[in-house]
Design a protein around this ligand. Structure first.
Ligand SMILES: [Zn+2]
Length: 105
C-alpha cells in the first residue's frame, strides 16, 4: 500500500471513530481534491474532505471532521452547533483561525 493511501485510510478511520462517538451515521467518506473548501456534507450522510485534510495536524483534522459530522445534527453554525463544537473540540474558534491561515489545496 502506498503511504498516501495508508494515510487516507487512517484518516477515514478517524472519521468513523468520531461518527461513532457523536452517534451519527456517515454513509460514505470521500477524500478528493476540492480546491475551494476543506469539506462538505450532504443530507444523505455523505462526507467529502479535501485531499489535504489528512496532512493537517491532528487537532485541525478533528476540527474539520467534527464540524461536518455535527452538521448531520445541526445544519447551521448557530448556538447549538457552537456549544456541541465546544463540548467535543474545545476552543474551536482558535482552530478555525489556524485553519484559515492555511490554504486548501
Ligand atoms: Zn459548517
Amino acid at each position: 500500500m502506498s503511504p498516501e493511501k495508508h494515510k487516507t485510510l487512517l484518516f477515514k478511520d478517524r472519521v468513523c471513530a468520531w461518527a461513532h462517538k457523536l452517534n451519527v451515521e456517515a454513509t460514505s467518506i470521500i477524500v478528493r481534491p476540492m480546491r475551494t473548501k476543506w469539506a462538505s456534507c450532504s443530507t444523505a450522510g455523505r462526507l467529502t474532505f479535501d485531499a489535504s485534510v489528512p496532512d493537517l495536524p491532528n487537532d485541525l483534522q478533528d476540527y474539520v471532521i467534527v464540524h461536518e459530522l455535527l452538521h448531520f445534527q445541526v445544519p447551521n453554525h448557530g448556538p447549538l452547533w457552537k456549544s456541541l463544537m465546544r463540548a467535543h473540540i474545545g476552543d474551536f474558534e482558535e482552530l478555525d483561525k489556524r485553519l484559515k491561515g492555511k490554504i486548501a489545496s
